[in-house]
Design a protein around this ligand. Sequence first.
Ligand code: ARG
Length: 263
Amino acid sequence: MPKHFLMCRPEHFTVEYAINPWMDPEAGADREVAVRQWEGLKAAYETLGHQVSLIDPVEGLPDMVFAANGATVVGGRVYGARFAFPQRGPEGPAYLRWFEERGYQVKNPEHVNEGEGDFLTLDEFVLAGTGFRTDVRAHQEAQEFLGRPVISLSLVDPRFYHLDTALFSLDGRNVAYYPGAFSEGSQEVLKRLFPEAVLATAADAEVLGLNAVSDGEHIVINSEAGELQLELKRRGYEVIPVELAELRKAGGGPKCCTLEIRA
Ligand code: ARG
C-alpha cells in the first residue's frame, strides 16, 4: 500500500506574516534549517516506499511548503483550495494547475476551503473541519464533487485552526485526536464514530503531534510528541519520529507538508 504524496520544498519559506497563533514575524524562521528538516521528512517517506512528487515553490508564497492545503484528492478527483487569507491566495490556482497539467479532473471551488488541512479522507467518509479557515459550505461542495459523505466538525481552539492539527487517520477507519480542539457537539460525534480512537493529551497537541501521517502501519510524527508515540506503539504501529521544529514556527508539521494523491 505505497502512497503517492505531493510536496513543495520550502525554498521561499519565511515567517513574515501571522495568520495563526504559532507565527511570530519578529522571531522569523531559519530557511536553511527548514529545508534540511523538510528533506528529512521526504527521505522518511521514500524509505517507507512511498512516492513523492514535487511542485515548484513560488517566490513570495512562504507557506506554499504546506502542500496539504493545496487541494483534496479523492479517487483521482481534485477539489481545489480557496484560501481564507489573501497572503496564501495564489497557492490555490498554483496547486490546481499542477493537477490540471497532469490530466486530473479538477474543480475550482466556489467556497473557502484549505484542502486536506480541513478535509480528512477515511475509507467510508470524509471528516471536514470548520471554524477558522474552511467555510462549512465547502463541506457540501466537496461532498457533491467527490461523491463521498462529508461529516462536519467544529474547531474551537485557535492553535488548532485546521482539522489536521487536531486529528489524524490511523488506518482509514480509526483516528487519533485531541478532544480539546473540538466543540462539545463535535466531541460527541467523534466519540460515536470512533469509540476506539487514540485520545491525545494537550502536551502532545501543543507540539503538533496530531499533525501526523499514517500508512496504516507506520506513523510519521513530530519527534516531540512523546506520550502519543508510546500509545501508538502500544497499539502496534511503527512510529517514525521526524524533526520539523522550524516549520512549526509557521504552525505546520509533517502532515501539513504532505498532500496525498489518492488515485
Ligand atoms: N502558516 C500556514 C497557515 O497558517 C500553516 C499551514 C499549516 N497547514 C496545515 N495543513 N495545517 O495557513
